[in-house]
Design a protein around this ligand. Structure first.
Ligand code: SF4
Length: 319
């Protein structure tokens, strides 16, 4: 089980960091992929339309990257009432201090401002656990930064099972570490930095973004020797043009390679790499996205209902 918040276009960092992994998981497990729209409200509650608009684009990006709705379950978090219900029930047994000590809580408030410090934002890791627990998810692909959330979730499951009997499954983290993809400005690729190359970008936009990239500031003229290790263009070559990296490294350092040619090669390589993804994205019938989400959500509901029935029984909420 894994998910993404519909908060904007996906970029090549998502492709390398999560989607490639999802495609692989989809072929060997009963995989659930969640459009985490409730989670999006924790930081974008003032822009409901942007969350709604991003939903279809998110699914189109998934499909373009190779996620096959026939082989997995794509569902909408807010359409499964069982998730917020489980959240309410579990919130009765979770000490507030457990949530306050999750490291990302303070970090995010410092980064995004006190106005996001809502009741819902504090409960974000609990809602994440409910996304998993409602399907009795056993294995969750996570990056290192999400490990504390999963550990918190495991603690909550243990507490529930101790209080009411073995009902929920303790999810296990499957650590998925990928090299951080650098953006066009050399910082981590992120929508908030405006330095992304999006899956939905066309060739001309990608080329334009690459042409505008800043390279080694000491390489002023074409034949000046350069330092690939400080150059974001080189970082992207390492991602998408691995076979040519030793040659680029050598010829940049010697001054034989100029930045214009180097960027031209990168644009060509990236566009060739993304071409099949973009072609798939363009060929999908957008009107089918709602049906894909609806079918996946109904399939997910069957499992979620069973879990909630057991949880209610365990908590003596049914006769
Ligand atoms: S030649 Fe390429 S790697 Fe070297 S500084 Fe220019 S863009 Fe960067």
């Amino acid at each position: 089980m894994s998910g993404m918040r519909p908060t904007g276009r996906l970029h090549i960092g998502h492709l390398v960091g999560a989607l490639t992994n999802w495609v692989e998981i989809m072929h060997r497990a009963d995989a659930y992929f969640e459009i985490a729209d409730l989670h999006a409200y924790t930081t974008s509650f003032e822009n409901p339309q942007s969350i709604r608009d991003a939903r279809d684009e998110l699914v189109l990006d998934w499909l373009a990257a190779g996620i096959d709705p026939e082989r997995c379950t794509i569902f909408l978090q807010s359409a499964l009432q069982e998730i917020p219900e489980l959240h309410t029930l579990l919130s009765m047994i979770v000490p507030v201090a457990w949530l306050q000590r999750v490291p990302t809580y303070k970090d995010q408030i410092e980064a995004l401002g006190a106005e996001i410090a809502t009741y819902g934002f504090l409960g974000y890791p609990l809602l994440q656990l409910c996304d998993i627990a409602v399907f009795r998810g056993e294995r969750v692909p996570v990056g290192k930064d999400q490990l504390s959330h999963l550990e918190f979730g495991r603690e909550v499951v243990r507490r529930f099972n101790f209080l009411y009997g073995a009902t929920l499954v303790e999810p296990e983290a499957v650590l998925s570490e990928f090299p951080a993809v650098l953006g066009t400005d050399g910082r981590k690729m992120s929508k908030s930095y405006g330095n992304t190359i999006d899956l939905a970008d066309d060739e001309a936009t990608t080329t334009k973004k690459i042409r505008a990239m800043i390279t080694d500031p000491l390489k002023v003229r074409k034949n000046d020797p350069g330092r690939p290790e400080v150059c974001a263009v080189f970082g992207l070559h390492q991602l998408a043009n691995r076979a040519r990296v030793p040659w680029i490294d050598e010829n940049c350092r010697s001054g034989a390679l100029g930045c214009v040619a180097c960027k031209g090669e990168l644009a060509e390589t990236l566009n060739a790499w993304l071409a099949p993804i973009r072609a798939r994205r363009a060929s999908f019938d957008r009107t089918k996205v709602d049906a894909i989400i609806a079918a996946g959500t109904e399939k997910a509901r069957v499992v979620a209902r069973e879990t909630l029935r057991d949880v209610r029984r365990a908590m003596k909420l049914v006769p």
